[in-house]
Design a protein around this ligand. Sequence first.
Ligand SMILES: [Zn+2]
Length: 58
Amino acid sequence: MAIDPVCKMEVEEETAAAKYEYKGKMYYFCAPGCKAAFEKNPEKYLGSHEAHHEHHGH
Ligand SMILES: [Zn+2]
């Protein structure tokens, strides 16, 4: 099982809607749109920068 780096969904490698090799690593996507977004700006999705902020507690 791979993780779609764009939407963080779990994607089965064999049934992935799209895949894309970047820097020697293969990434799998749940939809062609996710692959397109990744292709445009892979670093945005790969960086461990906090892409979104979760709010915990109150
Ligand atoms: Zn996706």
